[in-house]
Design a protein around this ligand. Structure first.
Ligand code: SF4
Length: 61
């Protein structure tokens, strides 16, 4: 799912949990799994996604 980094920080990460086993929020670009959506020139847009589940659609690969 493509999203802005600021919105991603309000979505749960499937890997991160607190010491009392509660889910934590996505860390965005602070996480090595975060991927930016490239623009048509190969630069980065303002959107990204969690790379754990692969690319959100084939045109982003
Ligand atoms: S980008 Fe990192 S912190 Fe965010 S959901 Fe994926 S694994 Fe979790």
């Amino acid at each position: 799912m493509k999203t802005s980094e600021s919105d991603a920080k309000f979505k749960f990460c499937p890997l991160l949990k607190t010491s009392d086993d509660k889910m934590k929020m996505c860390q965005g670009s602070m996480c090595m799994m975060w991927r930016w959506v490239p623009d048509e020139k190969g630069g980065d847009t303002e959107e990204g996604y969690c790379g754990l589940a692969g690319t959100p659609c084939a045109s982003l690969s």
